[in-house]
Design a protein around this ligand. Sequence first.
Ligand SMILES: C[S@@+](CC[C@H](N)C(=O)[O-])C[C@H]1O[C@@H](n2cnc3c(N)ncnc32)[C@H](O)[C@@H]1O
Length: 236
Amino acid sequence: MNNIYEPEFVKKLFNQMSSSYERMNYITSFGFSIRWRKQFLDKLGKSDENLNVIDLLSGLGENWTFLKNNFPNANFHALDFSEEMISQSYKKKQKVFEDNLDLRCEDMLNNNLKSNYYDIISCAYGLKTFNNEQLEILAKEVNRILKPNGKFSFVEVSKPKSQFLLYFYRFYLGKIIPILGKIFLGNPDNYKMLWIYTQNFGDSEKVKEIFERHNLKVNLDSYFGGCSTGISGKKL
Ligand SMILES: C[S@@+](CC[C@H](N)C(=O)[O-])C[C@H]1O[C@@H](n2cnc3c(N)ncnc32)[C@H](O)[C@@H]1O
């Protein structure tokens, strides 16, 4: 396995980036992170029912306000393996869920989540740090923990197909990001790493193929001409 995909390496990276992560997220999604977040969560629909909702790779809890609005009567769960991201998300946990959130510090690829338990899975900007072998495990786990007909939606910053957007993507990535990184972030090396992951990731097409091999019905989603892509669907 390539070293940069080792869970310990990824965890250390996010532990170190936890204080600058919010700004970084905004920058790496071209300032579109909130809009794309709403759009990818809308794929899950809305419900007043008492569902089990889990936010995977939850980071600082960026999805939580939207999830609480869309599923006001749900039981909420979240998982991330970075102790620092988790501890920095406590304020949000209190504010959005009044502490009523089952927040777990676990590796998604080796977790203790219940089987056939969740109605809804959300996951934002967490796909890029998985290699294909790990995406295979992720898909297997999504299939294991979802109830039949349970829904999922994932989103990730991606390489657009249009030549026009690709030109801006490369310019932004190659020229603007390093400057913003130096100005806004403490550790430019960590920041560069995230871009290596994003470039290696490409888009969510391969993720769709992998998820389809695990008894999941999968749609490929594209946001803003493919500058962000994702998958959404349900367990068959
Ligand atoms: C780019 S951040 C995304 C955070 C948040 N979901 C958001 O929308 O901004 C990726 C998060 O995934 C977590 N992560 C990466 N690999 C993981 C794994 N194998 N198990 C659990 N968490 C993981 C990292 O600790 C980090 O907090």
